[in-house]
Design a protein around this ligand. Structure first.
Ligand SMILES: Cc1ncc(C[n+]2csc(CCOP(=O)(O)OP(=O)(O)O)c2C)c(N)n1
Ligand code: SF4
Ligand code: SF4
Ligand code: SF4
Length: 698
């Protein structure tokens, strides 16, 4: 930071105090505010010794508040900003306290009066409660702790990860010499698993395993792959911790007498977004506000749940060739090869990527446009993409924002060439390799997990034969390319800013290319990563940067443009509204031999509401007719190509729109304009559905 001597430092996330030297740059006699679940009586012994030393040496004014609890009790959910801002003004001395509190309350009236007096009073109450709960710590003048800072990475990792990535994670990367880095610039993958960020104050717990329907909807929607389900044989669980729950596994292909279903959350990887609980359909009839999973204060459950997770994660995965992966439940037993990314808590983009890696992660190459997905996907130093037990996982690269489609198309052309060369070499070596093996490899189209497994087995056989043919230059060449005898696919991924706007020329080029390549557009309807600028995907009437008073033009229909090519597979999906349709679309796009595009509605913090309602808002978008779900498959016979997967609108459009600040902001600023834009948006929905009627006949 540029501030080298701070008068005031606040730590809003308690676990940071256990990991980072936050007080390094505080002034003598400065003020330190800590959001802490521990009271002023309890806090001292919970601090690492370095922090204690700094507090004593700098003679700090030290305050604590349990802002999370105050916000929770004041019904502000996870939003602690009002609470901590109040504390800041109360103790920083920037303004006289009374004047500061008055200004905060004036700001609350200004921001929330359009939402009604109740919301204003809730925020007033939070301010008053903040002052009541703010506690000064009367700390001893001697260091009592022997605790060191927790390591920035935890777990069993290789030395490079521990020493190099660990140092970068600890904020000390500039101490590393250049020689610490590999000359080819490669970084290990699957390293987000060591971060254990532990940022959630509340985490889900599988409270009622008998109420649970084992639908795995919670697993599918989790943006961070932090809640997972496994089915294992009962005897495997013989040494399970007492706290680990398990129930007889339901449905095909499981045997309930001998196999158990286990659902487990990783407390340190969960971000506390609440989405899994929100989508859980298993609601108790007896107990109010109680589902099969419920949010609990992490402090109360973390010891048991961490023990459970450590045990659970080492349990074997179910044989993928036996699972029914064409339904959401079955697909969610597959290992995600994208996990614990640094995306915002509750992000709507990441569940799509996660599902893609569960289905095809071991055989895809991803070209990723710059945007949120390139940041959480390829962040330094840790990487959420990983390999499976056979060391296979997605190959991933980010070139630029504007050239991603071309970049991906280049990957596709190179892949095709390599595949052709590998096939030629294999055929040329038939005498030495054996006709049966060649036939088995070339006739296997890998249309099922069983066929995929057979291909792996055959290529392993081929590789060992090739090892014995070292003197044959053709065999040596094939040994380098045998991997390309497998079915592989290129997925071109990016946001709407890329696909609708800046990279659109390239997207269009792919669609027109006829090549077997897949596009996934993570449509947040704004340029999310740079703070919510308007794109051609931004809906009419929404406030976004560059159209703050409400966008006056319609959202472009990328899907209908793509359909106009007639040889492109097109799907418009919303996982939060209908996860089964998303799964089907990904599977169909992967199977379609030409270009395909999936446009995936992605809720985002930029829409302006608590993302725990992300899936609910997706359902409302669909029910209001704003976001129809459909699939267009050119491979199907005439009359069956276009499949509408959602019903005609049943929900008034405003019941979708007016839960999101991006729409209500416009109404608040100018009610007349807001009403006019709503009318236009309704007309637009009508027109959209009239058009869909035409497509239905295709
Ligand atoms: C040519 C170019 N212009 C601008 C940027 C800056 N930039 C990086 S990410 C981004 C926004 C991406 O938005 P979107 O494609 O919608 O993806 P999202 O972040 O919403 O997932 C922008 C403008 C850039 N990297 N390159
Ligand atoms: S609360 Fe959010 S991050 Fe945590 S397990 Fe549930 S969906 Fe995943
Ligand atoms: S969503 Fe609810 S019912 Fe379904 S698996 Fe998860 S906890 Fe069980
Ligand atoms: S800004 Fe939006 S799209 Fe980007 S990570 Fe956050 S929630 Fe996801």
């Amino acid at each position: 930071y540029l501030i080298h001597k701070a008068d005031f430092i606040a730590c809003h996330q308690f676990n940071f105090i256990e990991k980072y030297d936050i007080l390094k740059n505080i002034k003598q006699g400065g003020t330190f505010l800590l959001n802490s679940p521990y009271s002023n009586e309890e806090i001292w012994d919970k601090l690492p010794h370095t922090i204690q030393e700094e507090i004593i040496d700098h003679d700090l004014e030290f305050y604590v508040i349990d802002a999370t609890q105050v916000a929770h009790e004041a019904k502000l959910g996870k939003r602690t900003n009002t609470v901590l801002q109040t504390c800041f003004f109360a103790i920083s001395g920037i303004l006289p306290q009374q004047e500061a509190i008055k200004k905060i309350k004036d700001a609350i009236v200004k921001s929330y009066s359009h939402k009604g007096d109740k919301i204003v009073q809730m925020n007033f109450n939070a301010v008053d409660k903040s002052l009541e709960n703010l506690q000064k710590v009367d700390y001893p003048k001697k260091v009592t702790s022997t605790e060191e800072f927790k390591p920035s990475l935890t777990g069993d990792m290789d030395p490079f990860v521990r020493e190099v990535l660990g140092k970068i994670m600890a904020g000390r990367g500039d101490e590393l010499p250049v020689s610490a880095f590999p000359v080819d610039g490669t970084f290990p993958t699957g390293t987000t698993q060591y971060e254990k960020r532990g940022i959630a104050d509340f985490i889900p717990v599988w409270d009622d395993e008998n109420l649970c329907t084992q639908c795995n909807k919670c697993v599918a929607i989790c943006p961070h792959a932090a809640i997972r389900a496994k089915v294992v044989t009962n005897n495997v669980l013989a040494d399970a911790p007492d706290t680990l729950k398990a129930v007889p596994a339901k449905g095909r292909p499981f045997t309930s007498e001998t196999e158990s279903y286990v659902l487990q959350v990783s407390p340190e990887d969960c971000t506390g977004c609440d989405l899994c609980v929100a989508v859980c359909p298993a609601i108790s009839k007896e107990v109010e506000n109680f589902k099969a999973i419920n949010m609990h204060k992490k402090l109360d459950v973390e010891v048991a749940e961490n023990t459970n997770w450590d045990y659970f994660i080492d349990l074997p995965d179910y044989d993928r060739t036996a699972l029914q992966i064409t339904n959401v439940k079955g697909s969610q037993f597959l290992e995600p090869l994208f996990e614990f990314s640094g995306a915002c808590s509750g992000c709507g983009e990441t569940p799509y990527i996660k599902m893609l890696t569960q289905l095809y992660g071991d055989s895809i190459m991803i070209a990723n446009a710059t945007g949120c997905s390139s940041i959480y996907g390829g962040n330094l130093p840790t990487t959420p993409y990983k390999t499976n037990a056979y060391d296979r996982g997605p190959a991933w690269a980010n070139s630029l924002f504007e050239d991603n489609a071309e970049f991906g198309l280049g990957m596709r052309l190179a892949l095709t060439k390599k595949q052709e060369i590998a096939v030629d070499l294999l055929q040329g070596l038939e005498d030495k390799v054996g006709s049966d093996l060649v036939e088995s490899i070339l006739s296997n189209a890998e249309t099922s997990e069983l066929e995929k497994a057979k291909k792996h087995e055959d290529i392993d056989k081929l590789d060992s034969i090739l090892k014995g043919l070292k003197d044959d230059p053709q065999a040596a060449k094939l040994a380098q390319l045998s991997e390309y005898l497998r079915k592989k696919a290129v997925w071109v991924i990016g946001g709407d800013g890329w696909a609708y706007d800046i990279g659109y020329g390239g997207v269009d080029h792919i669609l027109a290319s006829g090549e077997n390549i897949n596009i996934m557009v993570l449509d947040t309807e704004v340029y999310s990563n740079t703070g919510g600028q308007t794109s051609k995907a931004t809906p009419l009437g929404a406030s976004a940067k560059f159209s703050v008073s409400g966008k006056r033009t319609s959202k472009k229909s990328l899907a209908l443009q793509a359909i106009s090519y007639e040889n492109v597979y097109v799907a418009q999906v919303a996982m939060g509204a209908k996860d089964q349709q998303t799964l089907k679309a990904i599977e169909e796009a992967a199977a379609y031999p030409g270009p395909s595009i999936i446009i995936a509605y992605s809720h985002c913090g930029e829409h302006g509401y608590d993302l725990k309602d992300g899936a609910l808002q997706q359902s409302r978008a669909v029910k209001s007719g704003y976001w129809p779900l459909f699939r267009f498959d050119p491979a199907k016979p005439k009359g069956k190509k276009f499949k509408l997967d959602s019903k005609e609108p049943t929900l008034p459009l405003e019941e979708f729109m007016y839960n999101e600040t991006r729409f209500t902001r416009v109404v608040k600023e100018n009610a007349e304009l807001g009403a006019m834009l709503l009318e236009q948006a309704k007309e637009e929905v009508d027109t959209k559905w009239e058009r869909l009627d035409i497509y239905r006949k295709m």
